[in-house]
Design a protein around this ligand. Structure first.
Ligand SMILES: [Zn+2]
Length: 98
């Protein structure tokens, strides 16, 4: 098991591209299949980058049925279902370092 430090460095490298990367792709790339771990890493990365005036941009997840957008993602927590139509198929959020 690699240290969190190394994993977060890898995340920064992966996200430092010209296109946004989905949470799913990020999990696959890292071979970490618990999204909460990766979201936790992203949260810490966002705070670290903020000090350097670099922004970790998140394109929020949305409901695949009614299009509801989860804009108020406090602490980058992945929603489990749509508050409007109760659909559980929520699209993956996208991340990019700018
Ligand atoms: Zn919905």
């Amino acid at each position: 098991m690699e240290s969190w430090n190394t994993r977060r460095e890898r995340i920064v490298k992966i996200l430092n591209t010209s296109y946004p990367v989905s949470l799913e792709d990020l999990c696959q790339e890292l071979r970490v299949f618990d999204k909460r771990i990766v979201l936790e890493d992203l949260h810490h990365i966002a705070l670290t980058l903020k000090k350097k005036n670099i922004k970790l941009v998140m394109m929020p997840p949305s409901c695949s049925r009614c299009g509801f957008i989860f804009k108020d993602l406090k602490k980058l927590k992945m929603p489990s279902r749509c508050p409007r139509c109760k659909n559980e198929r929520i699209s993956s959020p996208l991340f990019q370092i700018q």
